[in-house]
Design a protein around this ligand. Structure first.
Ligand code: NAD
Length: 402
């Protein structure tokens, strides 16, 4: 009987993969399938809090919890391994610690930073990509303040920070930075007026999904706390001095000893190697989140490009969408195991909030613009709900934001 069990393999324990697992373990019994979750770390991290750990307003350890705390070992086998190859036709996944075959595959390998081939960007700029990059960045910022305070010949660029991109990541990171900088100035006896934080954005408008009122609120909030914005200013290179930007068709060097690239993400690099028709690590889904020609391979989260019916553009890559896709995929796996047809994925947009530090923010919730403390409160609800949905009440109580 056990040999007849279908093998379900889930790759990645981010929001999409872990939500698939925690929902699936509620829907099936141990006899229904052999479920394996593969992830390169033995922890899950809140990727929506990376901007906080990157600025140093929270410790990187606060992002993490052990995957084992969320899974039911009687139904799910967890393997800590890095996926190196997906062979969709042979139905095999290679990892750095063995080969796994599957009947049903869920690819939920998440995002990495996208530097669009900009010269020097990978070598000279910090990325906000994972726990390690965030830890590196927050330590570097503090090191520069410590170095400035202790040096006889002061390098003013130790107190200069360049942030590339004014999307959600850039703005949320700036919101944390303006909290962290006064703390660092205090700690190292640095005059705050000497600190320069510059955000460089290629587009003429920031956060285009928000109304002008919300964008103005966010910009004023950050400018009042010392951030300078350079909009319609593309970054064309990064080097040891900072960023090179283009202004009126002429190149200009912006100097800082900390340069952060927060201007783009893409799905896992394994996507191009494993599937056809992949753009920036994302593949267009069928309506049930499988992919064309493979009704037993689901691709979800930041590797998916789901185009809702009647629309032309795919949904953006957000934790909210990843988690809804995870739940829908778990239900569809249960459907397949029970011999039922799969259901179409339908996204429910509950809104989006962009935090501005721990106590402020802007957003649209159920179609209504909100700003200030209300937005910050909503963001804390969203963050805590995400933990609750995956790990239940106990984990939400321990790791949540209230
Ligand atoms: P993004 O692609 O949304 O924004 C990147 C920004 O960088 C854009 O404004 C773009 O114009 C700018 N940019 C690109 N190239 C540039 C260049 N060469 N020079 C200067 N500026 C340049 O990326 P993101 O902010 O990392 O967000 C990624 C995804 O994650 C999005 O779908 C976003 O909605 C989501 N996200 C959501 C939240 C939230 O809901 N609070 C938080 C973070 C990220």
């Amino acid at each position: 009987m056990a040999q007849d069990r279908k093998k379900v393999l889930v790759l990645g324990a981010g929001y999409a993969g872990l939500q698939t697992i925690t929902k699936l373990q509620k829907l099936i019994s141990a006899e229904d399938a052999e479920v394996t979750l593969i992830n390169k770390n033995d922890y899950h991290y809140e990727s929506t809090w990376l901007h906080e750990a990157s600025a140093g307003t929270i410790n990187y350890e606060e992002l993490l919890y052990p995957i084992e705390t969320a899974i039911d070992n009687s139904k799910v086998n967890f393997v800590k391994a890095e996926v190196t190859k997906i062979d969709r036709n042979a139905k095999k996944v290679e990892t750095d610690s063995g080969i796994y075959d599957f009947d049903i595959l869920v690819v939920a390998l998440g995002f990495i930073s996208e530097t669009f081939g900009i010269e020097g960007m990978k070598d000279y700029a910090f990325q906000i990509e994972n726990v390690l990059t965030s830890r590196k960045l927050s330590r570097h910022i503090e090191d520069k303040f410590a170095n400035y305070a202790s040096s006889k010949e002061k390098d003013e660029n130790d107190l200069a920070i360049l942030v590339g991109g004014a999307g959600f990541t850039g703005i949320e990171f700036l919101g944390e930075l303006v909290t962290r900088i006064p703390e660092l100035c205090n700690k190292y006896g640095v005059d705050q007026d000497k600190v320069r934080i510059t955000c460089v954005e290629a587009a003429p408008k920031m956060l285009p999904m928000f109304s002008d009122e919300l964008v103005n609120y966010a910009v004023s909030f950050l400018e009042d706390r010392g951030v300078e914005f350079k909009i319609a200013t593309p970054i064309v290179a990064a080097n040891e001095k900072g960023f090179v930007v283009k202004v009126d068709d002429k190149e200009q060097q912006l100097e800082a000893n900390t340069a952060v690239w927060a201007a783009g993400v893409r799905g896992s690099e394994l996507m191009e190697e494993s599937f056809e028709g992949v753009k920036r690590g994302r593949i267009v889904n069928e309506s049930d989140l499988t992919i064309k020609g493979y009704d037993d391979i689901f691709v979800i989260g930041d590797c998916s490009a789901f185009i809702p019916e009647g629309e032309e553009r795919p949904l953006p890559t957000t934790a909210q969408i990843a988690m809804q896709q995870g739940e829908a995929t778990a239900k569809n796996i249960a459907n397949i195991l029970n011999g039922n047809p799969t259901d179409k994925f339908e996204y429910i947009d509950r809104g989006t909030v962009c935090s501005l530090g721990a106590h402020d923010g802007v957003g649209v919730v159920f179609g209504k613009d909100i700003a200030g403390k209300k937005a910050s409160f909503m963001k804390k609800i969203i963050d805590t709900r995400a933990i609750y949905k995956i790990g239940g009440f106990g984990l939400a109580f321990k790791k949540g934001k209230f």
